[in-house]
Design a protein around this ligand. Structure first.
Ligand SMILES: NC(=O)c1ccc[n+]([C@@H]2O[C@H](COP(=O)([O-])OP(=O)(O)OC[C@H]3O[C@@H](n4cnc5c(N)ncnc54)[C@H](O)[C@@H]3O)[C@@H](O)[C@H]2O)c1
Length: 377
């Protein structure tokens, strides 16, 4: 198969869909990989590294889209790429179509085989290609919070780990899912005093066990949140109700009861945020102060760490890329249920129900589903 890796064109996107290591593995399997010149630059991969791994370097996106059977990217295609897409071409990338009608219609019109990273789903409901970015956001949220606590950013001037004779900072984490548990590991590793709240006791029990009881765990409710954050130096918002707006767990009144110069990092900002005072910020201007509390609400935290993020993402996507390349997308999807769930569009039809419902478009059955799933009796 010929696999194409274009340079990302979305503003400030520095990740790339494949590392030189991925190119090497595909070439060993007999495939050909076209990489757009300077595609890996933002993640610290030179053209020479790709070339050494066996890639063919090409100029400009046109040559990638023209030559590739499968295009592997990070972000959804943008307007300049629409006219380059070819019917029957496989596109493997984050698509997030349910929020983008224009792109859905373009992919339908161009009869793209659109596989979205975000809908590849394990049997247990897990989202293996979203998880790596949540891991990174969770870990980085503690570093961002530490920065917010610096005096020059309006913080209380508290060092997360404290010092000998000086107690560490108190970090309160709302939500013990992927983001929350990764924030917990880093905060604990740094030496902070950590409290974590969730509505699911089993999540708390898991974290309590793996940290050997070195954290305080609480069932999340309004009163306990209020009590815990009142004495916090840093609060990290990491809750998610799948498919819904994040619940506003911390009201302005609760925030007013926190100590002046404390910080909040709202990782859930991409779902609307879990603090009443949250408003999205960017890496260029990441913080603002409201009610005396430093807020950090960047919606794409992993974007600050393109090299780590590219490795983490491609570690997760690569096994699927290899299966598609080796078997062809039809067989790969017949045999791999998780990958099959990633298929959003094929032959001009929407085969992912939530996307069809979002825009009132006709829904077609996934052609690779086993017969028992197509016609449930
Ligand atoms: N800002 C960024 O760059 C960035 C990056 C990755 C993920 N995110 C976002 O971070 C959020 C968390 O993602 P995740 O992967 O950890 O999700 P997850 O599903 O793994 O975890 C969410 C947790 O929130 C808990 N929860 C739900 N309601 C709660 C409540 N009322 N009180 C306490 N806990 C509650 C759930 O039980 C679950 O354990 C999502 O909104 C996700 O989109 C943001």
């Amino acid at each position: 198969m010929i696999i194409g890796v274009p340079k990302e064109i979305k503003e400030v996107e520095k990740r790339v869909g494949m590392t030189p290591q991925g190119v090497d593995a595909l070439v060993v399997h007999g495939h050909r990989v076209l990489v757009e010149r300077s595609a890996g630059k933002g993640s610290g991969f030179s053209d020479q590294e790709y070339q050494k791994a066996g890639a063919t370097l090409v100029e400009g996106p046109k040559n990638i889209w023209e030559g590739a059977d499968m295009v592997v990217k990070v972000k959804e295609p943008l307007e300049p790429e629409f006219s380059l897409m070819r019917p029957g071409q496989v596109l493997f990338t984050y698509l997030h179509l349910a929020a983008n009608r224009e792109l859905t219609l373009e992919l339908m019109e161009h009869r793209i085989v659109g596989i979205g990273y975000e809908t590849v789903q394990g049997q247990d409901g897990s989202l293996p290609l979203l998880r790596p970015m949540s891991e990174i956001a969770g870990r980085a949220s503690v570093l961002a919070g530490g920065m917010c606590l610096e005096a020059r950013h309006g913080g209380r001037g508290v060092l997360l780990c404290g010092a000998s004779g000086v107690p560490p900072a108190k970090v309160v984490i709302l939500g013990a899912g992927v983001v929350g548990s990764n924030a917990c590991k880093v905060a604990l590793g740094i030496g902070a005093s950590v409290s974590i709240l969730d509505i699911h006791p089993e999540r708390l029990s898991y974290l309590h066990d793996i940290t050997q009881g070195h954290i305080a765990t609480f069932i999340s409710n309004r009163m306990t949140i209020g009590e815990e954050i009142a004495s916090a130096d840093l609060v990290i918002g990491a809750v998610l109700i799948p498919g819904a707006h994040a619940p506003k767990l911390v009201t302005r009144l609760m925030l007013k009861r926190m100590r002046h110069g404390s910080a909040v990092v709202d990782v859930s900002v991409d779902q609307g945020g879990c603090f009443e005072t949250t408003r999205p910020t960017t890496h260029e201007n990441p913080t603002y102060v409201e009610e005396g509390i430093v807020h950090y609400c960047v919606a794409n935290i992993p974007g600050a760490f393109p090299r780590t993020s590219t490795f983490a993402l491609t570690n997760a996507t690569f096994p699927y890329i290899l299966q598609i390349a080796d078997k062809g997308y039809e067989k790969a999807m017949e045999e791999n249920e998780a990958l099959r769930k990633g298929l959003n569009l094929i032959g001009g039809q929407v085969v992912y129900r939530a996307v069809a419902e979002s825009f009132g478009l006709a829904f077609a059955q996934n052609p690779f589903s086993p017969p028992s799933l197509k016609n449930p009796s």
